[in-house]
Design a protein around this ligand. Structure first.
Ligand code: PMV
Length: 324
């Protein structure tokens, strides 16, 4: 059996504005992973077996399912046909802003390419996974498939002249792995509320259509915050990150994608010593992230669980940049 895995991810700064051509920063979460294993099927069928979901999907013409799509586009890209069974499982919570769908798809592409002994570049993998992101999300920017396929901290910009927020090819993005001068700790609390990104992205779209000037100004504010965050990360001035997260969160509240549960957890984390925090991903649920001094992380974890988080992860962000 040929096996492969892919990490989860969090968006540090810039979600939603990224759909409208502004930059965003995201990092992989290597400790939570999706896995895929491929082996030959003698009956010639192509089957995806998602054990966690208790689903078995046969990849045949007319089946519309992201798991079938990723296998189909990967086989097309490789120019291969054979009976294969693809087993997938994942420890990444779904619809929580951790990129579970993109991670499962990335693991499948890596395992299928490995099975046929073809090497795909990270950009090629990101482009294939983008095809399924469209089925999960509607009009994804492409940031999830990129950060997971690159498995590196990335600055991401949709390369689009217009700010219509319409879907575009993942290959049209500008993906730049960026260095983090000094590693830092991130505390990530899951609200436990599954909130499909498609819905919040659609709501922001409607708001933008009704009042483009107001929304574009908010997206520009977020762009400025992302720029400051990049400078802080590059120069090791990590202490600035908390305040920048708080400012990004204010803009996300204005965009209408926060919720009382998110604000409740943000208050609990800040009271327990976080330098600052924000929602991460689509919003209205999913997870919140905090910039945390290491000495405060344990106390924060306890406080967040007490405040109702269903799980809390403390993770260290930073490390080398891998070049393609
Ligand atoms: O909910 P997530 O973690 O998949 O992130 C969505 C990020 C958005 O900017 C809201 C949408 C997108 O496609 O970039």
């Amino acid at each position: 059996m040929k096996t492969a895995s892919a990490s989860g991810k969090v968006i540090l700064f810039g979600e939603h504005a990224v759909v409208y051509g502004r930059p965003a920063l995201a990092v992989p979460l290597s400790e939570m992973r999706a896995r895929a294993g491929v082996e030959t099927r003698e009956d010639g069928r192509v089957v995806v077996n998602a054990r966690d979901l208790e689903r078995e999907i046969e990849v045949v013409e007319g089946v519309h399912d992201p798991l079938a799509t990723i296998v189909r586009v990967t086989l097309d890209k490789l120019g291969k046909r054979a009976g294969i069974e693809i087993a997938v499982d994942s420890d990444i919570p779904m619809a929580s802003g951790f990129g579970s769908g993109a991670a499962i798809s990335t693991a499948i592409v890596r395992a299928v390419a490995g099975f046929f002994e073809v090497e795909l570049s990270r950009a090629e993998i990101a482009e294939l996974v983008y095809e399924t992101e469209k089925e999960y999300h509607g009009t994804p920017s492409g940031i999830d498939n990129s950060v997971i396929a690159y498995e590196s901290a990335i600055r991401f910009v949709r390369r689009t002249a217009s700010t219509s927020g319409d879907s575009m090819s993942g290959g049209g993005a500008e993906v730049t792995p960026f260095p983090i001068a000094r590693p830092f700790h991130l505390v990530i609390a899951n609200t436990g509320i599954a909130s499909p990104t498609k819905i919040t992205v659609g709501d922001v779209r409607r708001g933008w259509q009704e009042n483009p000037a107001r929304y574009d100004a908010l997206f520009d504010t977020i762009r400025g915050i992302v720029q400051e965050a990049e400078d802080a990360l590059a120069s090791g001035e990590n202490e600035r990150l908390g305040d920048l997260m708080d400012r990004n969160q204010l803009a996300l509240i204005e965009l209408g994608v926060s919720s009382s549960e998110i604000e409740w957890l943000l208050d609990a984390g800040r009271s327990a010593g976080a330098g600052g925090g924000k929602l991460s991903g689509g919003g209205r649920g999913g997870n919140v992230i905090f910039y945390a001094p290491e000495s405060k992380a344990a106390k924060m974890k306890e406080a967040l669980l007490e405040a109702g988080a269903v799980s809390v992860i403390v993770t260290k962000v930073g490390g080398g940049v891998v070049e393609d």
